[in-house]
Design a protein around this ligand. Structure first.
Ligand code: IMP
Length: 178
């Protein structure tokens, strides 16, 4: 195998603590009037979103929906043109939407996706990412909630994969190319 796991960059305890803080902030900013509709981007964000949603206060109207998208590219770089494989089950018109993504890298995928969702007339549209590789940004994306800013190195675990592997790790780790 050309790749192997490297050291832990963010431990499961640190992730859990930060997810709690993020949930509290999202609830404070959004919840009361129209509730919150989380839109998770499959597959990576499913892990983060299920933890995040369970940290939301019980008395808030919290909905969870998922979308599966792929960006056309040459396999390693995203082009920013997004194809929807699986769309949302419910309409987001008039809802307070928080898009949940595992990591924002060039920003191209998210920026194109936000354009699609904005056309569906939500009351508000915010972005929540667990990881931000800010050095790699090619297009500006307004990230409202960010878990951790990380350096430009490939990471896996807690939903993030490398060629389909290692999503199931509890900690986020670096990948070493052999
Ligand atoms: P971009 O922001 O359009 O360049 O693409 C973001 C997507 O690239 C994420 O949803 C991930 O699927 C993938 N990605 C970027 N960096 C990493 C990484 O370090 N580990 C795993 N996936 C990554």
């Amino acid at each position: 195998m050309p790749y192997r796991l490297g050291e832990v960059i963010i431990s499961r305890e640190t992730i859990a603590r930060r997810v709690k803080e993020m949930a509290a902030k999202i609830a404070e900013d959004n919840g009361r009037d129209k509730g919150i509709t989380f839109v998770g981007i499959l597959t990576g964000a499913a892990f983060f979103l299920t933890d995040l949603a369970r940290e939301m206060p019980e008395d808030l109207d919290v909905r969870v929906d998922f979308m599966s998208v792929a960006s056309y590219g040459d396999g390693t770089k995203s082009s920013g043109v997004v194809r929807i494989f699986h769309d949302l089950k419910s309409s987001i018109e008039g809802k307070n939407v928080v898009v949940v993504e595992d990591i924002v890298d060039s920003g191209l995928t998210l920026s194109h996706l936000l354009g699609i969702l904005q056309n569906r007339n939500p009351a508000s549209l915010k972005v929540c990412v667990l990881l931000d590789k800010y050095e790699r940004r090619k297009t500006e994306v307004n990230v409202d909630y960010c878990g951790f800013r990380i350096p430009d190195k490939f990471v896996v675990g807690y939903g993030l994969d490398c060629a389909g592997m290692w999503r199931h790790l509890k900690d986020i780790k670096y990948v070493i190319e052999e």
